[in-house]
Structures are given as structure tokens and as C-alpha cells.
Design a protein around this ligand. Sequence first.
Ligand code: ITT
Length: 191
Amino acid sequence: IELVFATNNAHKLAEVQAIVGGSFTLKSLADIACTDDIPETGVTFQENAQQKTDYLVSKYGLYCFGDDSGMEVDALDLAPGVYSARYSGTRDMEQNINLVLTNLGDTTNRTARFKTVISLYYNEQQYFFEGSIEGDIIAERRGVDGFGYDPIFIPKGYSETFAEMTAAQKNAISHRAIAVQKLADFLKEQG
Ligand code: ITT
């Protein structure tokens, strides 16, 4: 089965392809030569995920899926949330992480979670799959793997940040892995 994954993020494509395995061939936006800036104006992960698939369906009529994900920090009233990629007003993750750490200061409530919502358009129908993982924000970056906020997030029950884990370790437990596993299980049922 060939599906377009509505993402420009090569890390996400690699993570998802690793989880879905070889039975599905994923094409990125680059693979279908789509350079459009797909709108992402919703106020929930689900709205943003659906905007991505709606766009591809109306423009290309393709079976496709898209995800929207981000980090919610309880002490920051669930920010950065849907604004995770541009929290500081730029896409520079150095600055985005700095702003989270500055805004948290020395507050002792460090609980946070990553969330992913996947929107799938398949056989003329719309489906959603969700995943989340709870954890804590540490005061300083640790680790160099992964992407985004991985260096400051320790999942509950672990002592390493996502950025200190191997890709395989992160993929075994991550918010995206949980949502993608649900997507993969659904697609396998479809045959
Ligand atoms: P696309 O929209 O092209 O897929 P994006 O990077 O904008 O790529 P999202 O809107 O879904 O992706 O994600 C928003 C941000 O949330 C992302 O840029 C990261 O900063 C953060 N994020 C999402 N998943 C993450 C993860 O697994 N680890 C760390 N940070 C993550």
C-alpha cells in the first residue's frame, strides 16, 4: 500500500517508516514534489492534522495521512501545545527550548506530555489515531539524538531523556509510536 505522509520533517518520516515497516511505502511531500505551505491554523492537534490530509485530498485525491504533534507543559497552561514548532516565534529549536526553560524557571511542577494526532484519509473516509506519553521537563538539555524538545523531556518511569535514547528505544514508547501503531494496525486490518 502506498500512502503519502504529509510532512516536511525527515525525522518524523524516518520514525514512522521504522514503525510501519516494509508493508507500506510512505511517500513524503518531497516525493510527490509538493512544496506548498500547507495551512496549519487549527487550535487543536486534531484540527491541524486534518487540515493536512484535507489539503492533499482536495489537491491530489491521494490516500494520505498527516500528524500534528507537540508538547504540553502543565505549569505553562499546556503551552507550547500546537505552537511547539514556533513557540519563540521562530522554528529555531535552540530558542524554543530556551523559552520553555526560561518560562518554567525553577518551578517544581515539571510535568508535561508529548501528543500526536494522526489524520488518515483512506477509502473515502476520515480516521483519527492518537498517542501520548507523560514525562517531566528537566532544567538542562541532555543528549544529542532525536529532535525538537527531546533533550529536555524524560518519559515517566525512565531516567534518560528522549535525546539520550536510541531511535529504537524512543520508537518503542513515544507518543508518535503509539499513534502510528494504531494506524498500522488499522491498515493491516484493511488488507
Ligand atoms: P510537519 O508539520 O512538516 O510534519 P513539524 O516539525 O512542524 O513538521 P509538528 O507540527 O507535528 O511537526 O510538530 C511540532 C513540533 O513539536 C516539532 O517541530 C517539535 O519541536 C515538537 N515535537 C513533535 N514531536 C516531537 C518529538 O517526538 N520529540 C521532540 N519534539 C517533538
